[in-house]
Write a protein that binds this ligand. Structure first.
Ligand SMILES: [Zn+2]
Length: 354
């Protein structure tokens, strides 16, 4: 690095609000709170800023780099943008951040309307690969319904993923607070396994979040994952949002697990209203959704094999109690030929003979 490229690490740290240990300011190694792991508690200084090499390293989480990459990671900009910002005159230092417990610092998703806008724009930039379309057709969905529900394939390459993030940013979408997006050495990108995206919608049709149907699942029970960038630089967690699909004017809602299962079952049953939880343990928001929909009857249509696993059985029973606690609601169980695992499989088999 040429002499005029030297960017003092302490200066860079100050400019992104890293809290320095004042007693070490004259030392060759200046100590600071780690902005990545937060030192696993306040009042500790695990980040070491080396004033002769202008490199940083956290002795706890191992985060390391130079002035430019530190600034880029913390400010959510590219390395080029970080370099330009750091070499600009007229420095303004923000107030140092105080170390907080992990739960306090965890970034929350941006409001629903903005998530919907950003995700809608994201879907416009993506396509559906033939193997994913094939998978959806085999489940019984029509071409028309596949298009309307807006399933899309995750970008296959790193370059494609960074390009997607760049396109969204250039059209004015904030990625900080959008689950699934993160920075990688200063560049914004989307993270997650290969597969196809399933929009998870509110009762008003707004996209709350995305579920990914994985191409390669290590376990059959882990075929689906939320699009999330929790614990990643500038990342945002997802919640297990409740998906609503079908005719929302209906007073009877079917209750099942998994947004794609609900989409398929709803389509095969002529737009019957389905409310889908992300998992049997993920019932946060379920009661509110059912109340907002104003349904008077809920029909449970969980997978037939679920009651054989004791843990799953207990979760289903807990969910049932939660829903049955809603005043004035009639709760019934939908049963079908147990040769078919899910309500979607059963409806598909009926559609084939009709
Ligand atoms: Zn650290």
């Amino acid at each position: 690095m040429k002499q005029y490229d030297k960017i003092p690490i302490v200066d860079a740290a100050r400019r992104c609000g890293v809290a320095l240990a004042s007693r070490t300011l004259k030392h060759r190694e200046v100590e600071a709170t780690c902005p990545f792991c937060h030192d696993h508690g306040p009042g500790k200084y695990h980040l070491s800023l080396n004033t002769s090499t202008d490199l940083y390293r956290c002795n706890l989480c191992g985060a390391h780099g130079n002035s430019v990459t530190l600034y880029a990671r913390l400010m959510g900009v590219t390395n080029r943008e970080a370099y330009q910002a750091l070499t600009r005159e007229g420095k303004v230092y923000p107030m140092p951040r105080q170390a907080k417990a992990r739960t306090e610092t965890e970034r929350q998703p941006m409001p629903l309307e903005r998530r919907h806008e950003a995700y809608t724009s994201m879907l416009e930039h993506l396509t559906l690969l033939p193997r994913h379309r094939e998978n959806l057709l085999e489940r019984g969905l029509s071409e028309e319904r596949i298009a309307r529900n807006q399933y899309r394939s995750m970008p296959e390459t790193d370059a494609g993923r960074r390009l997607l993030a760049a396109l969204l940013r250039s059209s004015g979408h904030e990625l900080l607070g959008l689950p699934g997006f993160r920075t990688y050495y200063g560049d914004w990108t989307i993270c997650g396994p290969k597969g196809f995206l399933i929009p998870v919608r509110s009762k008003d049709g707004l996209i709350q979040g995305m579920k990914i149907r994985l191409d390669d699942a290590d376990k059959p029970s882990r075929k689906y994952r939320w699009l999330s960038s929790r614990d990643r630089p500038n990342g945002t967690r997802s919640y297990s949002w409740v998906h609503v699909t079908g005719d929302t004017t209906q007073k009877r809602a079917f209750l099942t697990e998994g947004p794609l299962k609900g989409d398929v079952a709803s389509y095969l049953a002529h737009d019957t209203l389905f409310v889908c939880v992300g998992g049997v343990n993920a019932i946060r928001g379920l009661k509110g959704t059912l109340k907002d929909l104003g349904v008077t009857q809920v029909v449970e249509a969980m997978d037939m094999d679920q009651m054989t696993n004791p843990d799953v059985r207990n979760a289903v029973l807990a969910m049932r109690r939660e829903v049955q606690a809603i005043k004035g609601l009639k709760y019934t169980k939908y049963t079908w030929d147990p040769a078919y695992k899910g309500v979607d499989d059963y409806l598909l088999s009926r559609a084939a003979v009709m």
